[in-house]
Design a protein around this ligand. Structure first.
Ligand code: GLP
Length: 243
């Protein structure tokens, strides 16, 4: 990547950037996601700067996604944001690679007969037994994604007896099955009341919807849909010349 500037950044000179730096240090050092910063009035008093300056500094941090304003309530530290690099990786590994602690809440898990669409995606017969797993995935405790996946029982007997924290880890450790390739689409979505409740976002909040069929060699091992929070997750892709 081209380096535009190097060396130690100079101490900021404007009041606005000084207040911004001070708040950023507070966010990094003392506050955790979901906590409120002090009121504008308190900051004005404590820092001896104008209200305009405090507002500008906060606006800069809101624009960078580090703070969010909630009308009539206050200004809060936002949760983690993740850039996904479109590798065939698991949620757990993706979060750990970013220094975040992955978490899972199993919302529902059970055996069922594969409906036609699921059977088609998994290249099995309609009615073949599959395990359906619905989970909430978190990063450092913040809800990130709501996931629903189907897994053929033929490849994963007794899957329901396992701790369904990281499925890909269980596949590797308990079944010697490693995901080798996948095909995925991503489209825009909006939270319905169910997603909103599970993910802790307002109804109609933007979501990134990922549909994935995951393969292990010749076998389709997973058909899953993941609803990622649009305010927490973005997809990063290297674009290469074509032709
Ligand atoms: C990603 C994929 C899912 C997959 C999951 C496995 O989130 N979108 O399709 O099921 O990774 O992650 P884990 O091993 O943490 O369960």
């Amino acid at each position: 990547d081209p380096v535009v500037s190097s060396g130690t950044p100079a101490r900021p000179t404007t009041k606005r950037s000084q207040v911004k730096l001070m708040l950023a240090e507070l966010i990094d050092g003392q506050l955790s996601a979901g906590e409120a910063i002090q009121s504008e009035r308190n900051l004005v008093r404590e820092l001896g700067v104008s209200r305009v300056t405090v507002r500008q500094a906060i606006s800069d941090l809101v624009a960078e996604g580090r703070l969010e304003r909630v009308h009539g309530k206050g200004t809060y530290v936002t949760g983690p944001r993740v850039d996904s690099r479109l590798h065939l990786t698991s949620f757990s590994r993706e979060m750990r690679a970013r220094g975040l602690e992955p978490g899972t809440r199993v919302l529902d898990a059970g055996k069922m007969a594969a409906p036609p669409q699921v059977a088609h995606a998994l290249r099995i017969a309609t009615g073949d037994p599959v395990v359906r797993v619905e989970r909430l995935r978190t990063a450092d405790g913040t809800p990130m994604a709501h996931e629903l996946g189907y897994y053929p029982c033929a490849y994963f007997p007794d899957l329901l007896d396992k701790d369904l924290g990281s499925l890909y880890d269980i596949f590797a450790s308990d079944y010697a099955v490693i995901a080798t390739s996948g095909e995925q689409t991503v489209h825009a979505g909006a939270a319905d009341s169910n997603h909103a409740r599970i993910l802790g976002v307002p109804k109609r909040a933007p979501l990134l919807v990922q549909d994935r069929v995951t393969w292990s060699g010749e076998r389709a091992i997973e058909y899953a849909t993941s609803w990622y929070r649009g305010d927490r997750y973005r997809i990063h892709m290297a674009v290469t010349p074509h032709g």
